[in-house]
Design a protein. Sequence first.
Length: 696
Amino acid sequence: MKESLYIASLEANSGKLVVSLGIMEMLSSRIDRLGFFRPISTGTAEKDTHIKLIADRFSLSMKTKQMVGVTHEQARAWIAAGDEKKLLREIVSRYKQAEASCDFLLCEGPDLTQLSDALDYDLSIRIARELGAPSIYVSSGFNEQITDLLENVRVAEKTFRKFNCPLLAVLINRVNPNIIEKAKSELKNLFDGQLLIDLLPEIEELRNPSLGEIVEKLNGEWISGPKDRAQRSVHDFKVAAMGPSNFLTHLEKDDLIITPGDRADIILTTICAIASKNYSSPVGILLSGNLPPDPPILSLLEGLDELAVPIYKVSTDTYRTIMLAASVTGTIQPGQEGKIARALGVFENNVNITALEEKIRATPSSTMSPLMFEYSLFQRAKSQKKHIVLPEGDDDRILQAAEILRLRDVVDLTILGEEDKIKTRAATLGLKLDGINFINPPESRLHKEFAKKFFELRKHKGITMDNALDSMDDVSYFGTMMVNLDMADGMVSGASHTTAHTIRPAFQFIGTPPDVLIVSSIFLMCMDTRVLVYGDCAINPNPNSEQLAEIAISSARTAETFGIEPVVAMLSYSTGASGTGADVELVRKAVEIAKLRQPTLKIDGPIQYDAAIDATVGDKKMPNSTVAGKATVFIFPDLNTGNNTYKAVQRSSGAVAIGPVLQGLNKPVNDLSRGCLITDIVNTVAITAIQAQDSI
C-alpha cells in the first residue's frame, strides 16, 4: 500500500500550511513522486492558494484538479442535506484517484470553522479515518495560555483515540515564544513522553497579509506604479488624515498608506519619503472614496521609475477601507520567497524532523475503512467487467441496485422476470434500466436447453425430464444454469428467497474444484476503521477439524482476493494451552492441519476473540503469537457461534455485514439476506464480479 499522511486541525488559523510546507520539504529528499490533496478545498484547484503553492514549489506531476476532493460549497450542501456519507464517499473516490498518481500523498485536512456551523468538531478526523491515513494534529496556540494548550491537545488526542485513527505527532503552532519551554515540559508530563509533541513560535511576518491580498479583498483598481510588488507583506496600516509633516513622523517600513484620493499632498510626501534616506519605504497606497488623483498628479506619477509606489483606488470610505483591510489574514502564496523561507525555517528549527520521519515510516497507511473498501470493490470490478445475473426482478431493491450498478458501470447485468412488468415497475420508481438484459425463464428459448442440461447432470440422482423442465421455471435454477454454461459470470440472489433456495442449485451442478473439500462462507464485516472476515457463519453447522482447516484456508484466500492481509485466528473458548476439552482439541487439530497444508499462512489457535483482536490482551495471553492482537480473519468453531456473533457485532456496533460470500464453488453464486439494503446488493454484486475474475 502506498504511503500517505493526513494533517488535521480542529481550530481556526492553526497555520497548517507551514506544517504542510515543512513536511513536503522533508519528504522531497527521499521520495520522487510526491502528491498533495485537500479533501475539502476553499474553492476550485486553480483558486486554492495552498494547492498552488505546494504544486509550484515542489513541481508536482499531478494535475491540480486531482488535488481537490470537494469544494466548501459542495461539502456544506451535503452536510445540510444530512448526507455526510455521500460527502465522505466522494472524498474517498477522489483521494484514491490522487493516490494512484504518486508514491506518497500528503493530505491536508479542512479548517472546519471556516466552512459552516453545520460541520461538527470531529469531521476532519472522520475524514482521516475513512482515508486510512496516519495523522499529525496541528493545534493553534495563537493567544493561548498553557492551560488552553494542554486542554486542546488532550481533547484532540482523545478524539483521535475515539475514532481509532493513528496519531503520530502533535504540532502546536503560533505559540507565544515566552511560554514555549514551560509548555513543552507540561505537555511531556501530561503524555509521559508517549506522544511526539513539538511547539512552533508565532511569527508575525507569516500572518501579515500581502498588498495583493488586501487589494483583492477590497476590489481595488490599479492607478499607478509597479504591478509586480503585490506579494510584499504589509506590516501595518497608516491612515493619513493629517498634514505631511505630521504624517512623516508616523511612517514606518512596510506600511500600507490609506488616504482619500484627493490628498495629492500625501501621495507626493510618500514618494519623497521613498527617495529620502531618512524615512522608511511603504508597501503601497490605497486611495479611498473612489477618488482618483487629478490629471497633473497622474501625469507626474507616470513619469516615475525607481521611486514609483503601487497605488490603488477603492470605492469604500476611509473608515470602511481600514476596517476591511485590517480583517485580511495573511497567507503564504507562490512567489513570496521570503515568507516561504521563513516558514521552512520555523518548521525545521522547532520540529524533531528525525523522530517525525521515523514515525511516518513506521506507520504505514494500512487501515481499510468501509468506504475505502467499497471504493476498492468498484475499481476492482470495473477493471475486468463481468456479467452478473440477478434472478429476483420482482424485488424493488434489486431494480434500484441495478440502476446504481449501471450508472457506475460496475458490471453487465441480466435480470430475470417478465420484462414488461419489470420496466413498468422501474418507471413507477423513477428508475432507468437502459443497457440491462431481461429474460423471462418460462418463455425463454433457453428454457428447454437448460432443462436438458440439468437432466443430464442430475439423472443419476433420479431427476426426470419433467422435473428438469419444472426446475428451469424457477429463477434460481435458471440463473445458476446461466452461470454454469458461461452465459453469465456469477449470480446474486436471496433478497426474496431463502439461503437454501439460492445455493441448492449451485451445490447440484456448479460444484467445487478438486482440491476444495467443502463449500463455506464468510461475511465481510465493515467496522468503523477496518474490514474483518468472519467465517463460516452461514453454511456448515458443525465442521470437523479437517473441514475447519478448509474453511480457514478458503477464508484466507478470499480475504486476500479483497485486499485484506490474511492473519487467521481459529476461535475457541480457550486461548493457547490454557484449556482442554473436545471442542478445544478440535480447533487445535484444525490449526495443525491448516499449517501442514499452507505452511506460509499466518494462523494460530485455539484463541479467544478478545486475544485475537486486542493487542494488549493478545500480548498477555499469547505473547509469542504472530496472530494474537493482529487477526483479520476470524474462524468460528461452529455455525451457532459464528451466526450469532456476526449478528451481535453487526447490531451492537453498527458494522456493515456483507455476505454471506460463498467460497469454494467453481463459479461465484452469492446469497443476500432477505432484509438486505440496496447498498448490500450493490456491494455483493461487486464482490461476485471480483470472484468471477479469479474463478477457474
